[in-house]
Design a protein around this ligand. Structure first.
Ligand SMILES: [Zn+2]
Length: 270
């Protein structure tokens, strides 16, 4: 057996629940995608490269279109970590399905995939979006969010210290209301995932889910060298700040690893 095989963990369980032919809580594009063997294989292949076991559940709840709150309460789940004893009371069938496979895996439930601000703006549930929404689940977990917030705020502060010294600018991407979209271009020029390369990151709030998805699916968060344009210091200062931003990416990787370890054996939804 090769070392690579030891590190790879296939998706332990991949289930669609509900009729994916009929309209429901899942958008049509996602119902189609999750019914396509080719697309499903791609999700399996990408998640198999992570060292964690995942159980993925996709539920198309009938009769609910875009109304997340109602769907969640009918299914007995809400954002963040799923309270299994509550779920057992409200929705014993779903509880049973999850309890069967939970084990030492990370279980994720998806029932909905609309942009909350813009119902027409959808990102199909590809492996990347599955990972991205997992990060949102951690972000919106009301009981266990302290550490996520702490990590996010620390990263945001350090990132901004560097941007301040380098460009006399900041790009706030802290918690909920504390982010703004000023200097999002600067942020996108440092980040290396597709959304940043294509200049399609629509909010600095997405820094956390996008870097988390990058860490989970590619093994590390990677930053570009600081852009030369607009840099306010000399060459030496550039070298110093550049190594600081690279060091920050290493710290982010470590923080995400410790977050992921704590997710093992738990169930999340977003
Ligand atoms: Zn997002």
């Amino acid at each position: 057996m090769k070392i690579k095989d030891l590190l790879e963990a296939p998706i332990a369980s991949f289930q669609t629940i509900g009729d994916f032919e009929k309209p429901g809580s899942m958008p049509a594009a996602d119902r189609k995608l999750l019914s396509s063997p080719k697309a499903v294989k791609k999700i399996h292949d990408i998640f198999s490269k992570t060292p964690y076991d995942f159980n993925l559940f996709f539920i198309n709840y009938p009769g609910e279109k875009g109304n997340l709150k109602t769907t969640q309460s009918k299914l007995g789940i809400k954002y963040g970590e799923v309270n299994l004893s509550k779920l057992q009371q409200i929705n014993p069938e779903l509880y049973h399905e999850i309890a069967k496979v939970k084990g030492n895996s990370i279980s994720l439930i998806y029932i909905w995939n609309f942009d909350q601000k813009d119902l027409k703006n959808q990102h199909p549930l590809t492996a990347w979006i599955i990972a991205h929404r997992f990060a949102h689940a951690l972000q919106f977990d009301k009981e266990q969010d302290t550490e996520t917030r702490k990590i996010q705020d620390e990263v945001s502060n350090k990132f901004n210290e560097i941007l301040k010294k380098a460009y006399n600018k900041t790009a706030t991407f802290g918690w909920s209301d504390s982010f703004d979209n000023r200097n999002i271009d600067l942020l996108m020029s440092v980040l290396t995932m597709k959304s940043a390369r294509d200049k399609r990151l629509n909010s600095t709030f997405e820094f956390f889910p996008e870097t988390f998805a990058q860490y989970l699916l590619t093994g590390r968060v990677k930053f570009n060298p600081l852009p030369q344009e607009g840099f306010i210091g000399g060459e030496q200062q550039y070298q110093v700040l550049n190594s600081e931003i690279q060091k920050l990416s290493v710290e982010i990787n470590q923080a995400y690893e410790s977050m992921l370890k704590k997710c093992v054996g738990k169930v999340y939804t977003f």
